[in-house]
Design a protein around this ligand. Structure first.
Ligand SMILES: Nc1ncnc2c1ncn2[C@@H]1O[C@H](COP(=O)(O)OP(=O)(O)OP(=O)(O)O)[C@@H](O)[C@H]1O
Ligand SMILES: [Mg+2]
Length: 368
């Protein structure tokens, strides 16, 4: 799938945009603070139903205006088309797919497949476990609708179970009704775990391959899901039993601490460099960036394989951080693979590396 054209009104620092894109490589160049990331953000809003950098819609409206409107026109591999419209004013939340109004912004999620990489993604390696869970949620959710449903139900059960555990801790209630919530938690949590283990298994080879390629065959990484109750070959039934048993063993601790101590909401992925070093603590900035990018690139392949649709790749400010060898390798890997948008403040570098790319000059909220 690719984004063929985009219209925008009063979005961030743009008052009006009407653009047509290449199905291959699109480069957005311009000085700092001109609107490059804003354009990437507009595309992410159309694909995900929300911005990748804020959850406050008001920030998306151009200062001094009262509403924004975005319309993206996408083309699929099978030549069918999809238009997505998203708008927001004080009175109205507009969401339309192919001109038909939808109830919720969430309905847009998953229609357009998208992989995004921005400087903040270094957190995927350096940050806490929550960043790695977010990564899994964002991409597995796009591929498997069942994952999103299970995950939402899981968090609802977790909320209830935690509320009860807190009351038990404070001696306001006995733990007699905990079993009901434990069963619900295990039921949905085992599905979430099943998808996560399956996806990590599927992407492992690609992650390793991309990392090796971008690093010029110098490094190798491995990703391991951190939960000992099951492994990648486990069935849902085995995962269920493992999770149930783990929760049972922790019951007294949970009563004492008043929270759920085991489950997908606490899991992590550990990433090892050359089979031994935890990249989070021992990797250089460039190695960490390479690993984060490899994790994202692998999702392109998984989306392609599972949904038979090529996702759109958004790379915000990625190049500035890599050395020339890594940059070149990255471009070679990307070109012709999938529709790609790259932002950069350094125009000459891109002209040298990818002379045939479609270039857009971004200047003070105008695009040429
Ligand atoms: N709601 C808004 N209304 C008007 N202007 C805004 C709004 N939100 C952000 N801006 C402005 O948009 C400008 C461009 O922001 P953007 O993040 O796209 O820059 P950029 O081209 O990616 O720069 P950099 O190279 O530094 O990353 C900034 O000057 C910012 O103040
Ligand atoms: Mg930017």
């Amino acid at each position: 799938m690719y984004l063929d054209s985009l219209k925008a009104l009063n979005f961030r620092n743009y008052d009006k945009l009407d653009l047509k894109f290449s199905p291959d490589l699109n480069i957005l160049c311009g000085d700092n603070a001109q609107g490059k990331t804003n354009l990437i953000e507009a595309i992410s809003v159309l694909a995900l139903g929300r911005s990748f950098r804020t959850n406050k819609d008001e920030e998306l409206i151009k200062r001094g205006e009262f509403s924004f409107y975005l319309k993206g026109f996408f083309k699929r591999n099978d030549f069918t088309e999809l238009s997505v419209e998203i708008g927001k004013s004080r009175e109205e939340n507009l969401v339309k797919l192919n001109g038909i109004p939808c109830k919720r912004r969430k309905d847009v999620f998953g229609q357009v497949k998208m992989v995004i990489f921005s400087p903040e993604d270094l957190q995927l390696i350096k940050g806490g476990p929550g960043f790695r869970r977010q990564y899994l949620d964002l991409y597995i959710g796009q591929i498997y609708p069942g994952y999103r449903v299970a995950s939402q139900k899981y968090y609802r059960a977790l909320f209830q179970r935690n509320a009860l555990l807190k009351k038990v801790k404070n001696r306001e209630k006995t733990g007699s009704s905990l079993e009901v919530w434990t069963e619900k938690l295990v039921e949905e949590g085992s599905k979430v775990l099943y998808y996560r283990l399956k996806v990590l298994d599927e992407i492992e080879g690609w992650v390793r391959d991309y990392h090796r390629r971008i690093s010029g065959n110098k490094e190798e990484i491995d990703c391991l899901y951190e939960w000992s109750g099951a492994d990648r070959t486990s069935t849902i039934e085995q995962i269920k039993n493992g999770l149930y048993l783990d929760l049972k063993n922790k019951r007294n601790d949970e009563f004492r601490r008043g929270i759920t101590l085991i489950g997908p909401h606490r899991d992590d992925i550990s990433i090892l460099l050359n089979k031994e070093l935890d990249i989070r603590n021992f990797g250089s900035q460039g190695q960490q960036r390479t690993a984060a990018l490899a994790l994202k690139m692998a999702m392109i392949d998984l989306i392609k394989k599972t949904t038979e649709e090529k996702p759109i790749l958004l790379l915000d400010d990625v190049f500035s951080e890599f050395d020339n060898e890594r940059k070149k390798e990255l471009l070679v890997t990307l070109i012709k693979k999938t529709q790609t948008f790259i932002t950069t403040a350094n125009t000459t570098e891109i002209e040298d590396l990818a002379p045939s790319a479609n270039q857009f000059r971004v200047e003070g909220g105008k695009i040429h």
